[in-house]
Design a protein around this ligand. Structure first.
Ligand SMILES: C[S@@+](CC[C@H](N)C(=O)[O-])C[C@H]1O[C@@H](n2cnc3c(N)ncnc32)[C@H](O)[C@@H]1O
Length: 352
């Protein structure tokens, strides 16, 4: 089967799929995400959402939509920050798009007492209207196609099974006709054996079309690259370490890096405006994460203060273990929104 189908089954098989059966987050799980590192992350995203609400004329009903909200931590932190603006808080209608029943339960518990909140299987079910859409580590779990360059052309990469039940990668016997014409410039001269990954555009196009027609912005945060290029990033993460993606299907999180240039191109193709991308470190600093950390540390015990300092470093640093430059942040918006907090209208070129 093609890699994209394998990835889809690993994550979403109704019985064995990774995302339909467990809470993968946190120290006890397989990985830790930015909202789980510190409350500062969700708080700043909440205030960023407030800046969009203001920029689009403070609508009376404002939808705050989160795609793949994990344990509900980011939404809970964002809402706490938004309480400082009662007119906005009153206008909120909250929508969580989540497929995982175990995580839905956790979100329900984390957000107990929050009014005007609805869960959805798909963003198509969220009612129309001005909105902010937040997606942290959501796009990396959407299945990718992998293509392999051979003398005969570009072949879809597939997953096969040998007589002993072991899985292996192999290119499809026939090339995909005319695939070359779809290649971005950096990939056209890729050597034999090179792998090129692409994700279907339908999810980003849905967001972009909605924002183009109904006001608002989406913020996409994920690990990935600024330029569309060749490379094999299909990976599995289990117990906080890399694992073989062909071992134990359904038991590990299988993901691939996000191609931000491809997302930007698809959003612009339908007429939305793109802001950034920037690195997560730069974005959070521009939103004031250092001042927020200093504020939290000023009132805290030495132990808590050290935790806040550690979290700030993890969220913004580029070194080993830091999320600062590996993660990128990009917004897409209604084309009339010409400037957006924390992001410029051009990609920041310093990091790939
Ligand atoms: C890597 S986790 C990120 C969780 C959260 N955003 C965070 O930062 O902690 C991916 C999230 O997306 C959800 N998810 C995965 N595939 C999805 C899909 N096709 N539709 C909606 N949610 C999905 C998962 O259940 C989970 O909540």
């Amino acid at each position: 089967m093609p890699v994209w189908r394998y990835m889809e089954l690993c994550l979403m098989h109704p019985r064995y799929g990774y995302y339909l059966s467990r809470d993968p987050l946190g120290r006890e799980g397989d990985f830790t995400t930015a909202p789980e590192v510190s409350q500062m992350f969700g708080e700043l995203l909440g205030l960023w959402s407030a800046s969009i609400w203001r920029a689009i004329g403070s609508p009376e009903t404002f939808r705050l939509i989160e795609l793949g909200p994990g344990r509900g931590t980011m939404m809970s932190d964002a809402l706490r920050a938004l309480r400082v603006l009662p007119p906005l808080y009153q206008s909120l209608s909250i929508h969580l798009v989540e497929v995982n029943p175990v995580l839905r339960e956790k979100q329900y518990a984390t957000l107990t007492g929050v009014r005007n909140i609805t869960w959805h299987d798909n963003i198509d079910d969220v009612p129309e209207g001005p909105a902010v859409i937040l997606a942290n580590e959501y796009f990396d779990v959407l299945p990718i196609h992998q293509m392999v360059r051979r003398e005969t052309g570009w072949h879809e990469r597939t997953v096969g099974m040998d007589a002993n039940g072991n899985l292996y990668f192999a290119p499809a016997p026939e090339p995909t006709p005319h695939f070359e014409v779809l290649l971005p410039p950096l990939v056209r001269a890729a050597p034999l054996g090179a792998v090129f990954e692409w994700r279907p555009d339908n999810e980003i196009m849905k967001l972009a079309t909605r924002l183009r027609d109904q006001d608002g912005a989406a913020l996409i945060i994920d690990y990935g690259h600024l330029r569309s290029d060749a490379g094999d990033t299909f990976q599995a993460i289990a117990r906080h370490s890399f694992a073989d993606p062909l071992k134990n299907p359904g038991q590990a999180d299988v993901t691939a890096h996000v191609d931000f240039q491809a997302l930007a191109r698809a959003a612009e193709d339908v007429g939305a405006r793109v802001h950034g991308p920037a690195t997560q470190g730069d974005f959070l600093k521009r939103l004031g994460v250092e001042a927020r950390a200093a504020g939290l540390m000023a009132k805290a015990s030495p132990e808590v203060s050290a935790d806040v300092a550690g979290a700030l470093k993890r969220l913004t640093d580029s070194g080993r273990g830091g999320m600062g430059s590996m993660f990128k942040v990009m917004a897409i918006s209604d084309p009339r929104l010409t400037s957006i907090a924390g992001l410029s209208d051009q990609p920041d070129e310093t990091e790939q």
